[in-house]
Design a protein around this ligand. Structure first.
Ligand SMILES: *[C@@H]1O[C@H](CO)[C@@H](O)[C@H](O)[C@H]1NC(C)=O
Ligand SMILES: *[C@@H]1O[C@H](CO)[C@@H](O)[C@H](O)[C@H]1NC(C)=O
Ligand SMILES: *[C@@H]1O[C@H](CO)[C@@H](O)[C@H](O)[C@H]1NC(C)=O
Length: 311
């Protein structure tokens, strides 16, 4: 953690000493520990499981991945509390489950190919997000994705917390589901819950007031793990120039598709101004025009989606 004063001083110094085009240095940039890598890997498995229809339609009572890409979670003693699918115009889909082996409550959202409709809509209207903070604004499509799931997930979370008050809460999602997870985590923290947020390949969700508010929750009412992969174009949208800002902290994975991720392949950028630095996904020079780096993090996260891909 750091103080705003020292950050301002650092940014002022960097601006004075550097050529005009230089991007300010991050407050802290470092490799991650094996413990953090294991947390990200586990969260990736819960997130991959959200793409399996059997974990969206109440047909199974525990989390399983017929595609074989959630072996750790599948070996755990899990029980599903509720599954939801196709809620609202944006197809909000996912589950709330208990992992008794790890004493966790999991809320996970899958992505959908409608991410492309959102990102093709160049206007990216911001709407007030008063359930996050009074001055917060979020992208209207992402906000409606979260709102469509809100009654079902809040009821399931209340039930889970009443039954298992000692369990910790992880809120997880990929792509459009990562945007929903960011909103959901921020909201449930406001209701007094501690929640860790794992967002994979998220677009920017809201305006700077939103990003700073959710960034300010990091280390206070939970940790933010915003995981990005190489030059994936989804986290580069909507643009900062359109009034958007990412939530800190970013965990940027540099390994190519098909290569196992090690601790030295992940760099964490810490700080409330989630992306004002030279590095990470936003700092990659080119932009992957395909969905290849979007759908692969530790492995192909969308493998269980009936279409096999959200392209
Ligand atoms: C799953 O069951 C819950 C609780 O009965 C229900 O509210 C929810 O609508 C069901 N979901 C689906 C996708 O059928
Ligand atoms: C799974 O955990 C639940 C809750 O603690 C327990 O009641 C159940 O017996 C466990 N099941 C197995 C197979 O261990
Ligand atoms: C990646 O890790 C998996 C599981 O630990 C292992 O089975 C596989 O051989 C590894 N792949 C490579 C290319 O090292």
């Amino acid at each position: 953690m750091f103080s705003q004063t020292s950050l301002s001083a650092l940014l002022a110094a960097v601006t004075l000493l550097s050529p005009a085009k230089a991007i300010p240095a991050p407050l802290a940039r470092r490799d991650i520990s094996a413990d953090v890598l294991a947390k990200l890997y586990l969260a990736h498995q819960y997130s991959a499981a959200a793409y399996c229809p059997n974990n969206n339609d109440n047909s199974s009572s525990k989390l399983t991945c017929p595609t074989g890409n959630c072996d750790i979670v599948q070996a755990d003693n899990t029980s599903v509390l509720t599954e939801f699918q196709n809620l609202g115009l944006a197809d909000s889909t996912g589950y709330v489950a208990l992992d008794h082996t790890r004493s966790k409550i999991i809320l996970a959202y899958r992505g959908t190919e409608s991410i492309q409709n959102f990102l093709a809509d160049a206007s990216f209207p911001l709407v007030p997000a008063p359930d996050i903070c009074a001055s917060c604004h979020a992208e209207s499509g992402f906000y409606s994705f979260w709102r469509a799931s809100k009654p079902a997930i809040l009821a399931a979370l209340d039930q889970a917390r009443a039954q298992h008050p000692s369990y910790s809460l992880d809120v997880i999602g990929h792509s459009l589901g990562a945007a929903a997870a960011t909103l959901a985590a921020a909201h449930v923290r406001n209701t007094g819950s501690h929640a860790d947020l794992y967002s994979f390949s998220s677009p920017r969700v809201g305006d700077p007031a939103f990003a700073r508010y959710v960034g300010g929750q990091d280390g206070v009412s939970g940790s933010n793990y915003r995981v990005t992969h190489r030059d994936d174009w989804v986290p580069k949208a909507p643009l900062k120039a359109m009034g958007y800002l990412h939530v800190a902290d970013e965990y940027w994975i540099s390994s190519p598709n098909g290569v196992n991720v090690t601790t030295s392949d992940v760099v964490v950028f810490e700080g409330y101004e989630g992306e004002d630095y030279d590095g990470g996904n936003a700092g990659t020079e080119k932009t992957d025009p395909t969905f290849q780096t979007h759908e692969w993090i530790f492995d192909k996260i969308t493998l269980c989606y009936p279409k096999g891909t959200i392209e």
